[in-house]
Design a protein around this ligand. Structure first.
Ligand code: ZN
Ligand code: ZN
Length: 259
């Protein structure tokens, strides 16, 4: 069994093919998927998918790339997350790659999510791109992570250095690898994945983006998470069943889902 810990199947290109998406998950032994919220206007579609399908879970949050969108308050996030199928706060974080200029609003929004996670005990889903220093600093300042009395979380679609991975793991965070790790050019990231202990690893698609090899460039979907697991198995010299089992256990532990 495999679990896609991060996807956007409510996006139109996937939502329109939902029966097929779910069928392919079943065919490929992808038992569950977490549909991650990126803004408040589309949160109802994320929630609806999770409430309609027993094997789909969801989060609530506003992505750092969404500039002109309603800003959530800590209370908004607490209220919206108060449902059994909403298992996480995010995705949140910092992205200095996509946007330029004064990004203080991104940092404030990130702090809001960390506070909501601490208040609800629901884990954080963190996106960080070209901003790892500020990301780790703000996580520390706001007391993200289990060693500061907060909830755990995941650094999703991880593409940073081993030092950043270690800093996050020390705070009780998991590291999630997407199809990027299968790309030929991703040598540095592959070296990081070799070092991250399987006990702190998750796998994801971030679909519809970032399809893993051998589907690179096509529309991604949760069923393809299997290729990420297969790649990591080769990289770490482990049977794929072990990667599947441990990342599945990690998912249920992190998001506190009873089996
Ligand atoms: Zn992301
Ligand atoms: Zn995402």
């Amino acid at each position: 069994m495999y679990i896609d810990s991060h996807c956007h199947i409510n996006f139109p290109e996937l939502a329109a093919r939902m029966p097929e998406i779910l069928g392919k998950m079943a065919e490929n032994e992808v038992s569950h998927a977490l549909c991650v919220s990126v803004d408040l206007p589309n949160f109802p579609s994320v929630l609806e998918l999770a409430e309609r399908h027993p094997n789909i879970y969801a989060s609530v949050g506003v992505h750092p790339d969404y500039e002109d969108t309603p800003e959530p308050s800590v209370d908004d996030l607490i209220c919206l997350s108060d449902r059994p199928k909403i298992v996480a706060i995010g995705e949140t974080g910092l992205d200095y790659y996509r946007l330029e200029g004064d990004l203080e609003w991104q940092r404030e929004r990130f702090r809001t999510h960390i506070r909501a996670s601490r208040a609800t005990g629901k884990p954080l889903i963190i996106h960080t791109r070209a901003a790892s220093e500020d990301t780790i600093r703000i996580m520390r300042e706001e007391g993200a992570g289990t060693n500061a009395g907060g909830a755990a979380g995941v650094m999703h679609c991880f593409t940073e250095s081993l030092d950043v991975a270690k800093a996050a793991m020390e705070m009780g965070f998991y590291i999630s690898f997407s199809g990027i790790v299968t790309f030929k050019s991703a040598k540095d990231l592959q070296a990081v994945a070799r070092e991250v202990p399987l006990e702190l690893m998750l796998i994801e698609t971030d679909s519809p983006y970032l399809a893993p090899v051998p589907h690179r460039g096509k529309v991604n979907e949760p069923a393809l998470v299997k290729h990420v697991a297969e790649y990591l198995a080769t990289l770490k010299g482990m049977p794929v069943e072990q990667i599947a089992q441990q990342t599945t256990d990690n998912f249920f532990n992190l998001f506190k889902i009873a089996r």
